[in-house]
Design a protein around this ligand. Structure first.
Ligand SMILES: Nc1nc2c(ncn2[C@@H]2O[C@H](COP(=O)(O)OP(=O)(O)O)[C@@H](O)[C@H]2O)c(=O)[nH]1
Ligand SMILES: [Mg+2]
Length: 341
Protein backbone atom coordinates (compact mmCIF):
# COMPACT_ATOMS: atom_id res chain seq x y z
CA UNK A 1 0.00 0.00 0.00
CA UNK A 2 1.24 3.44 -0.81
CA UNK A 3 0.87 5.80 2.08
CA UNK A 4 0.88 9.55 1.79
CA UNK A 5 4.15 10.54 0.33
CA UNK A 6 5.42 13.83 -0.79
CA UNK A 7 6.15 14.53 -4.40
CA UNK A 8 7.96 17.74 -5.25
CA UNK A 9 6.60 20.04 -7.87
CA UNK A 10 7.94 18.74 -11.10
CA UNK A 11 10.15 21.21 -12.90
CA UNK A 12 7.63 23.81 -13.93
CA UNK A 13 5.48 21.58 -16.01
CA UNK A 14 2.89 23.12 -18.26
CA UNK A 15 0.30 20.46 -18.59
CA UNK A 16 -1.88 19.67 -21.53
CA UNK A 17 -4.07 22.25 -23.20
CA UNK A 18 -3.62 23.40 -26.73
CA UNK A 19 -0.07 24.43 -26.11
CA UNK A 20 1.11 21.05 -27.24
CA UNK A 21 -0.25 21.90 -30.63
CA UNK A 22 0.69 25.56 -30.75
CA UNK A 23 4.25 24.94 -29.67
CA UNK A 24 4.68 22.17 -32.11
CA UNK A 25 7.20 22.92 -34.76
CA UNK A 26 8.62 20.14 -36.91
CA UNK A 27 12.37 19.57 -36.89
CA UNK A 28 12.90 21.05 -33.44
CA UNK A 29 13.46 17.46 -32.43
CA UNK A 30 15.83 15.37 -34.46
CA UNK A 31 16.96 11.82 -34.04
CA UNK A 32 20.22 10.74 -35.61
CA UNK A 33 21.57 7.21 -35.91
CA UNK A 34 25.31 6.89 -36.47
CA UNK A 35 26.94 3.69 -37.75
CA UNK A 36 25.22 0.40 -38.49
CA UNK A 37 23.71 -0.15 -35.05
CA UNK A 38 22.53 3.46 -34.76
CA UNK A 39 20.99 3.29 -38.23
CA UNK A 40 19.24 0.01 -37.44
CA UNK A 41 17.59 1.63 -34.43
CA UNK A 42 16.59 4.54 -36.64
CA UNK A 43 15.17 2.19 -39.25
CA UNK A 44 12.99 0.55 -36.61
CA UNK A 45 11.95 3.94 -35.29
CA UNK A 46 10.94 4.95 -38.80
CA UNK A 47 8.68 1.92 -39.04
CA UNK A 48 6.88 2.72 -35.77
CA UNK A 49 6.98 6.49 -36.33
CA UNK A 50 8.02 9.26 -33.97
CA UNK A 51 5.53 12.05 -34.48
CA UNK A 52 7.16 15.46 -34.62
CA UNK A 53 10.74 14.27 -34.99
CA UNK A 54 13.00 14.30 -38.01
CA UNK A 55 15.04 11.14 -38.55
CA UNK A 56 18.60 11.29 -39.86
CA UNK A 57 20.76 8.26 -40.73
CA UNK A 58 24.53 8.70 -40.86
CA UNK A 59 26.97 5.98 -41.91
CA UNK A 60 30.20 5.38 -43.75
CA UNK A 61 28.88 2.20 -45.30
CA UNK A 62 26.94 2.85 -48.48
CA UNK A 63 25.46 -0.64 -48.77
CA UNK A 64 24.13 -0.63 -45.24
CA UNK A 65 22.84 2.92 -45.53
CA UNK A 66 20.98 2.14 -48.75
CA UNK A 67 18.53 -0.18 -46.97
CA UNK A 68 17.84 2.16 -44.04
CA UNK A 69 14.64 4.19 -44.02
CA UNK A 70 14.92 7.71 -42.65
CA UNK A 71 13.85 11.26 -43.44
CA UNK A 72 17.40 12.08 -44.49
CA UNK A 73 20.47 9.95 -45.04
CA UNK A 74 24.10 11.00 -45.06
CA UNK A 75 26.96 8.97 -46.37
CA UNK A 76 30.08 10.30 -44.67
CA UNK A 77 33.83 9.93 -45.10
CA UNK A 78 34.08 8.96 -48.76
CA UNK A 79 37.52 10.56 -48.90
CA UNK A 80 38.88 8.39 -46.08
CA UNK A 81 37.01 5.12 -46.60
CA UNK A 82 38.81 2.46 -48.59
CA UNK A 83 36.27 -0.25 -49.35
CA UNK A 84 33.11 -0.14 -47.36
CA UNK A 85 32.59 1.42 -43.99
CA UNK A 86 35.11 2.13 -41.26
CA UNK A 87 35.98 -1.57 -40.80
CA UNK A 88 36.07 -1.22 -37.05
CA UNK A 89 38.61 1.59 -37.12
CA UNK A 90 37.57 4.31 -34.67
CA UNK A 91 39.99 6.84 -36.11
CA UNK A 92 38.48 6.37 -39.58
CA UNK A 93 35.04 6.89 -38.07
CA UNK A 94 36.17 10.08 -36.42
CA UNK A 95 37.87 11.40 -39.57
CA UNK A 96 34.81 10.53 -41.67
CA UNK A 97 32.63 12.74 -39.49
CA UNK A 98 35.22 15.52 -39.31
CA UNK A 99 35.60 15.61 -43.10
CA UNK A 100 31.91 15.28 -43.92
CA UNK A 101 30.48 17.25 -41.00
CA UNK A 102 29.64 20.15 -43.30
CA UNK A 103 27.03 17.96 -45.00
CA UNK A 104 25.05 17.90 -41.79
CA UNK A 105 24.90 21.66 -41.37
CA UNK A 106 21.63 22.37 -43.11
CA UNK A 107 19.81 19.47 -41.56
CA UNK A 108 21.01 20.25 -38.01
CA UNK A 109 19.92 23.90 -38.08
CA UNK A 110 17.30 24.96 -35.52
CA UNK A 111 17.45 21.70 -33.61
CA UNK A 112 16.36 22.10 -30.00
CA UNK A 113 16.67 18.51 -28.92
CA UNK A 114 18.80 15.90 -30.64
CA UNK A 115 18.74 12.21 -29.81
CA UNK A 116 21.86 10.51 -31.03
CA UNK A 117 22.01 6.72 -31.19
CA UNK A 118 25.14 4.65 -31.72
CA UNK A 119 26.34 1.17 -30.90
CA UNK A 120 29.77 1.65 -29.37
CA UNK A 121 32.47 -0.89 -30.17
CA UNK A 122 32.70 -0.64 -33.96
CA UNK A 123 34.42 2.05 -36.05
CA UNK A 124 31.77 4.43 -37.33
CA UNK A 125 29.50 4.87 -34.33
CA UNK A 126 32.38 4.97 -31.86
CA UNK A 127 34.48 7.43 -33.85
CA UNK A 128 31.86 9.54 -35.58
CA UNK A 129 29.10 9.88 -32.98
CA UNK A 130 31.09 12.17 -30.63
CA UNK A 131 31.89 14.43 -33.60
CA UNK A 132 28.25 14.49 -34.68
CA UNK A 133 27.32 15.34 -31.08
CA UNK A 134 29.73 18.23 -31.13
CA UNK A 135 28.31 19.57 -34.40
CA UNK A 136 24.74 19.36 -33.08
CA UNK A 137 25.79 21.19 -29.94
CA UNK A 138 27.40 23.91 -32.01
CA UNK A 139 23.94 24.45 -33.48
CA UNK A 140 22.62 24.96 -29.99
CA UNK A 141 20.89 21.61 -29.57
CA UNK A 142 20.62 19.74 -26.32
CA UNK A 143 22.22 16.44 -27.30
CA UNK A 144 21.03 13.21 -25.72
CA UNK A 145 23.32 10.34 -26.68
CA UNK A 146 21.99 6.83 -26.28
CA UNK A 147 24.89 4.44 -26.60
CA UNK A 148 25.28 0.71 -26.16
CA UNK A 149 28.18 -1.31 -24.74
CA UNK A 150 28.83 -4.72 -26.37
CA UNK A 151 28.59 -7.97 -24.39
CA UNK A 152 31.66 -8.31 -22.20
CA UNK A 153 32.83 -11.44 -24.00
CA UNK A 154 33.56 -9.19 -26.98
CA UNK A 155 36.62 -7.94 -25.16
CA UNK A 156 38.17 -5.78 -27.87
CA UNK A 157 34.90 -4.18 -28.93
CA UNK A 158 34.06 -3.47 -25.32
CA UNK A 159 37.38 -1.75 -24.71
CA UNK A 160 36.87 0.47 -27.74
CA UNK A 161 33.30 1.11 -26.66
CA UNK A 162 34.32 2.28 -23.19
CA UNK A 163 36.71 4.82 -24.70
CA UNK A 164 33.99 5.98 -27.07
CA UNK A 165 31.54 6.49 -24.22
CA UNK A 166 34.13 8.48 -22.29
CA UNK A 167 34.53 10.82 -25.26
CA UNK A 168 30.78 11.12 -25.54
CA UNK A 169 30.50 12.00 -21.85
CA UNK A 170 32.70 15.04 -22.44
CA UNK A 171 30.56 16.28 -25.30
CA UNK A 172 26.91 15.26 -25.12
CA UNK A 173 24.52 17.02 -22.75
CA UNK A 174 23.19 13.68 -21.54
CA UNK A 175 24.68 10.25 -22.16
CA UNK A 176 22.49 7.24 -21.52
CA UNK A 177 24.54 4.06 -21.36
CA UNK A 178 22.89 0.75 -22.18
CA UNK A 179 24.98 -2.30 -21.41
CA UNK A 180 24.19 -5.43 -23.47
CA UNK A 181 25.18 -7.53 -20.45
CA UNK A 182 22.13 -6.07 -18.70
CA UNK A 183 19.57 -6.89 -21.37
CA UNK A 184 18.76 -10.37 -20.04
CA UNK A 185 17.53 -8.67 -16.85
CA UNK A 186 15.05 -6.76 -18.96
CA UNK A 187 13.98 -9.78 -20.95
CA UNK A 188 15.09 -13.05 -19.29
CA UNK A 189 13.89 -15.23 -22.15
CA UNK A 190 15.99 -13.37 -24.64
CA UNK A 191 18.29 -15.59 -26.69
CA UNK A 192 21.59 -13.80 -27.12
CA UNK A 193 21.39 -13.76 -30.89
CA UNK A 194 18.22 -11.70 -30.58
CA UNK A 195 19.89 -9.09 -28.40
CA UNK A 196 20.43 -6.63 -31.24
CA UNK A 197 16.83 -6.83 -32.34
CA UNK A 198 15.62 -6.39 -28.79
CA UNK A 199 17.94 -3.45 -28.23
CA UNK A 200 16.81 -1.81 -31.49
CA UNK A 201 13.20 -2.15 -30.46
CA UNK A 202 13.78 -1.01 -26.90
CA UNK A 203 15.79 2.09 -27.78
CA UNK A 204 13.46 3.07 -30.62
CA UNK A 205 10.37 2.70 -28.45
CA UNK A 206 11.81 4.73 -25.62
CA UNK A 207 12.83 7.58 -27.91
CA UNK A 208 9.37 7.52 -29.49
CA UNK A 209 7.83 7.70 -26.03
CA UNK A 210 9.83 10.73 -24.98
CA UNK A 211 9.35 12.56 -28.27
CA UNK A 212 5.63 11.97 -28.48
CA UNK A 213 4.96 12.89 -24.89
CA UNK A 214 5.98 16.39 -25.92
CA UNK A 215 4.61 16.53 -29.47
CA UNK A 216 1.25 14.90 -28.89
CA UNK A 217 -1.49 15.36 -26.34
CA UNK A 218 -1.23 12.47 -23.94
CA UNK A 219 -2.62 12.13 -20.43
CA UNK A 220 0.24 14.12 -18.90
CA UNK A 221 2.16 16.20 -21.36
CA UNK A 222 5.88 16.95 -21.12
CA UNK A 223 6.80 20.37 -22.35
CA UNK A 224 9.72 20.48 -24.75
CA UNK A 225 11.30 23.29 -22.73
CA UNK A 226 11.13 21.21 -19.56
CA UNK A 227 12.65 18.26 -21.35
CA UNK A 228 15.44 20.44 -22.64
CA UNK A 229 16.05 21.82 -19.17
CA UNK A 230 16.31 18.37 -17.62
CA UNK A 231 18.47 16.88 -20.35
CA UNK A 232 20.73 19.88 -20.84
CA UNK A 233 22.79 18.99 -17.79
CA UNK A 234 21.90 15.30 -17.65
CA UNK A 235 25.47 14.04 -17.92
CA UNK A 236 25.92 10.37 -17.21
CA UNK A 237 22.53 8.70 -17.06
CA UNK A 238 20.91 5.35 -16.65
CA UNK A 239 17.72 3.94 -18.07
CA UNK A 240 15.27 1.74 -16.19
CA UNK A 241 12.37 0.16 -17.90
CA UNK A 242 9.81 -2.57 -17.57
CA UNK A 243 6.62 -3.65 -19.22
CA UNK A 244 4.48 -5.95 -17.18
CA UNK A 245 2.87 -9.19 -18.09
CA UNK A 246 -0.85 -8.85 -17.83
CA UNK A 247 -1.06 -10.45 -14.38
CA UNK A 248 1.47 -8.12 -12.78
CA UNK A 249 0.49 -5.09 -10.80
CA UNK A 250 1.94 -1.66 -10.76
CA UNK A 251 4.24 -2.13 -7.83
CA UNK A 252 5.79 -5.20 -9.45
CA UNK A 253 6.46 -3.18 -12.57
CA UNK A 254 8.18 -0.37 -10.69
CA UNK A 255 10.24 -2.73 -8.56
CA UNK A 256 11.32 -4.77 -11.52
CA UNK A 257 12.41 -1.67 -13.36
CA UNK A 258 14.32 -0.42 -10.29
CA UNK A 259 16.00 -3.80 -9.84
CA UNK A 260 17.18 -4.01 -13.43
CA UNK A 261 18.86 -0.82 -14.53
CA UNK A 262 20.19 -1.19 -18.07
CA UNK A 263 23.76 -0.55 -16.94
CA UNK A 264 25.88 -1.30 -13.90
CA UNK A 265 25.81 2.34 -12.80
CA UNK A 266 24.49 3.16 -9.37
CA UNK A 267 21.54 5.50 -9.80
CA UNK A 268 20.97 6.37 -6.14
CA UNK A 269 22.93 9.58 -6.53
CA UNK A 270 20.88 10.82 -9.51
CA UNK A 271 19.90 14.49 -9.48
CA UNK A 272 17.20 14.34 -12.15
CA UNK A 273 14.51 11.92 -13.21
CA UNK A 274 12.37 11.61 -16.28
CA UNK A 275 9.50 9.25 -15.63
CA UNK A 276 7.02 8.06 -18.20
CA UNK A 277 4.11 5.69 -17.82
CA UNK A 278 2.14 4.32 -20.75
CA UNK A 279 -0.81 2.03 -20.63
CA UNK A 280 -3.74 0.83 -22.63
CA UNK A 281 -5.55 0.20 -19.37
CA UNK A 282 -7.67 2.73 -17.61
CA UNK A 283 -5.12 4.90 -15.91
CA UNK A 284 -5.77 8.09 -14.00
CA UNK A 285 -3.47 10.99 -13.25
CA UNK A 286 -3.67 9.89 -9.59
CA UNK A 287 -2.32 6.48 -10.55
CA UNK A 288 0.53 8.10 -12.39
CA UNK A 289 1.33 10.30 -9.41
CA UNK A 290 1.48 7.21 -7.19
CA UNK A 291 4.12 5.75 -9.46
CA UNK A 292 6.06 8.99 -9.51
CA UNK A 293 5.85 9.17 -5.70
CA UNK A 294 7.16 5.67 -5.31
CA UNK A 295 10.19 6.33 -7.48
CA UNK A 296 10.77 9.73 -5.94
CA UNK A 297 10.87 8.20 -2.48
CA UNK A 298 13.55 5.75 -3.55
CA UNK A 299 15.81 8.53 -4.75
CA UNK A 300 17.72 11.46 -3.41
CA UNK A 301 15.18 13.95 -1.95
CA UNK A 302 16.58 16.88 -3.92
CA UNK A 303 16.03 15.13 -7.24
CA UNK A 304 14.25 17.09 -10.00
CA UNK A 305 11.40 15.12 -11.46
CA UNK A 306 9.68 15.48 -14.80
CA UNK A 307 6.96 13.06 -15.70
CA UNK A 308 4.58 12.25 -18.46
CA UNK A 309 1.93 9.64 -19.11
CA UNK A 310 0.03 8.34 -22.03
CA UNK A 311 -3.04 6.24 -22.63
CA UNK A 312 -2.51 4.05 -25.61
CA UNK A 313 -5.35 3.21 -27.89
CA UNK A 314 -4.17 -0.30 -28.51
CA UNK A 315 -5.20 -3.72 -27.34
CA UNK A 316 -1.93 -3.91 -25.46
CA UNK A 317 -3.01 -3.25 -21.90
CA UNK A 318 0.37 -3.74 -20.32
CA UNK A 319 1.92 -0.97 -18.29
CA UNK A 320 5.13 0.36 -19.79
CA UNK A 321 7.39 2.26 -17.49
CA UNK A 322 10.39 4.32 -18.49
CA UNK A 323 12.69 6.03 -16.01
CA UNK A 324 15.81 7.94 -16.96
CA UNK A 325 17.93 8.97 -14.01
CA UNK A 326 20.39 11.72 -14.78
CA UNK A 327 23.30 13.56 -13.18
CA UNK A 328 25.46 10.65 -12.07
CA UNK A 329 29.11 11.46 -11.40
CA UNK A 330 31.03 10.96 -14.64
CA UNK A 331 33.83 9.19 -12.75
CA UNK A 332 31.34 6.49 -11.96
CA UNK A 333 31.53 5.30 -15.54
CA UNK A 334 35.29 4.78 -15.27
CA UNK A 335 34.90 3.11 -11.88
CA UNK A 336 32.36 0.61 -13.19
CA UNK A 337 33.57 0.09 -16.75
CA UNK A 338 37.14 1.39 -16.90
CA UNK A 339 38.91 -1.72 -15.58
CA UNK A 340 39.31 -4.91 -17.54
CA UNK A 341 36.02 -6.79 -17.81
N1 LIG B 1 21.29 -2.24 -31.32
C1 LIG B 1 22.13 -2.85 -32.17
N2 LIG B 1 23.41 -2.99 -31.84
C2 LIG B 1 24.25 -3.58 -32.71
C3 LIG B 1 23.80 -4.07 -33.96
N3 LIG B 1 24.86 -4.59 -34.60
C4 LIG B 1 25.93 -4.44 -33.79
N4 LIG B 1 25.57 -3.81 -32.64
C5 LIG B 1 26.42 -3.40 -31.52
O1 LIG B 1 27.01 -2.18 -31.90
C6 LIG B 1 28.42 -2.23 -31.87
C7 LIG B 1 28.96 -1.47 -33.06
O2 LIG B 1 28.68 -2.16 -34.25
P1 LIG B 1 28.31 -1.43 -35.60
O3 LIG B 1 27.25 -0.44 -35.40
O4 LIG B 1 28.08 -2.49 -36.62
O5 LIG B 1 29.67 -0.67 -35.93
P2 LIG B 1 29.82 0.65 -36.83
O6 LIG B 1 28.91 0.53 -38.01
O7 LIG B 1 31.27 0.64 -37.23
O8 LIG B 1 29.51 1.80 -35.96
C8 LIG B 1 28.76 -3.72 -31.86
O9 LIG B 1 29.92 -3.93 -31.11
C9 LIG B 1 27.55 -4.34 -31.19
O10 LIG B 1 27.73 -4.34 -29.79
C10 LIG B 1 22.40 -3.90 -34.27
O11 LIG B 1 21.91 -4.30 -35.31
N5 LIG B 1 21.63 -3.29 -33.35
MG1 LIG C 1 29.13 -0.40 -39.89
Amino acid sequence: MLTHMFVPDPIKQTTMGDEAVYNYFPKQIRIAGVGSAGCNVLNYLYSIGAFGAHLIAIDTDERRLSVIRADEKFLIGQSVIKESGAAGDVEIGRLAAEKSGWKLDESFRATKLMFLVAGMGGGTGTGAAPVVARIAKEYGAVVVAIVTLPFSDEVEARKKAVEGVEKMLDIASTTIVIDFDRLPGYDPEMPKQNAYGIADELIAEKIKTIVESSTQRPLVHMNLLDLQKLLKEGGLSVMLTCRDRSDDNLLTVIKRAMDHPLSALDYKEATGALIHVASGRDMSVEGVIQIVEYIYNKCNPTIRVLYGARLEKTNDCRIKLLVILTGLRKEQFREKYGGSP
